[in-house]
Design a binder for this molecule. Structure first.
Ligand code: MG
Length: 295
């Protein structure tokens, strides 16, 4: 009998690419620019930015400068996009420069696909920026199916209602990867999406491997869904000093911030079944072995 179909379900941010570093570099460039142009206090800006992020449910909100009260006030009758144009340019060039795959990612995905393993991605990031990163890193078509959150960056001419009805195919331009939207309000570690993926792919849970960098979201979810969990430890950034900036402007609830902080400590209560310590290459021997033997 032929080997049964296996799949890789993978997180994206800080699992395939260093999302945090690209976010940190681009957001810092934006903040520096906003401060230089307006002369406003950085702490005030951070507090007001956090409020917008919380309301919009993302830290990658393109309309940000039009909704931060102090920036709107500073702009007077002018469009904040115009007033802060230099800062927005600095942000997007840092994003382009710093968004790149971790070493080995492309090679590992190519090898898995050559062995007939399907690659499905599941991210909490929003549709627009996720598609942008997939295109930018050359993974359009390498990832077979993408599941992402619905979008907060509604582009003109697109009916928001149409975006929220189930699935759509790459309206923002993915050519080969099929893009499915996760219902609003579903967040990891809810196992709903994993169940849908297994059903759509017609693969039993014993033939799926889930890879992700977040103990609180990815590993807890895979374990609850009884799918083999592999921790992408190489993507861990919570111990970096720079991570505090993300904590200060995050869209996450304070409870989630504290929960994640506790999991980064020595008494973490989510223990991964397998771990890629240094690079994603460490996943290859796991695919070469019996998943059941590891669990
Ligand atoms: Mg991640």
């Amino acid at each position: 009998m032929a080997e049964q179909q296996r799949i890789l379900i993978t997180d994206l941010d800080n699992t395939l690419w260093d999302w945090f570093d690209a976010w940190y570099q681009s957001f810092s460039a934006l903040l520096d620019g906003l401060q230089a142009i307006s002369g406003l206090d950085r702490e005030l800006l951070e507090i007001q930015i956090r409020e917008v992020h919380q309301r919009r449910g993302t830290t990658e909100y393109s309309n940000l400068v039009r909704e931060v009260p102090a920036l709107v006030e500073f702009s007077g009758t002018r469009d904040p996009f115009e007033v802060f144009d230099d800062a927005l340019h600095a942000q997007s060039s840092a994003r382009r420069r710093e968004t790149k795959l971790y070493p080995g990612v492309r090679e590992v995905l190519d090898q898995l696909k050559a062995r007939g393993i399907r690659v499905v991605a599941y991210t909490e990031s929003t549709a627009y920026w996720t598609e942008w990163r997939i295109k930018h890193t050359g993974l359009d078509g390498v990832i077979d199916v993408l599941y992402s959150s619905p979008d907060h960056d509604l582009l003109s001419g697109i009916d928001p209602a149409a975006l929220r009805t189930g699935r759509y195919r790459g309206q923002f331009g993915l050519r080969s990867t099929i893009h499915r939207q996760v219902p609003l309000g579903i967040l990891k570690p809810d196992t709903h999406v994993i169940s849908s993926i297994l059903q759509e792919e017609e693969v039993p849970r014993s033939n799926a491997l889930y890879l992700g960098d977040s103990l609180m979201k990815d590993i807890a979810m895979a374990q609850a869904a009884e799918v083999l969990d592999v921790y992408a430890e190489y993507g861990r950034v919570q111990d970096q000093e720079e991570y505090d900036l993300l904590r200060r402007v995050t869209h996450w609830s304070q409870k989630d911030v504290e929960r994640e902080r506790a999991l980064a400590g020595p008494r973490a209560d989510v223990i991964p079944t397998a771990t890629c310590h240094e690079t994603i290459n460490e996943i290859l021997p796991i695919f070469g072995s019996s998943f059941a033997g590891l669990r």
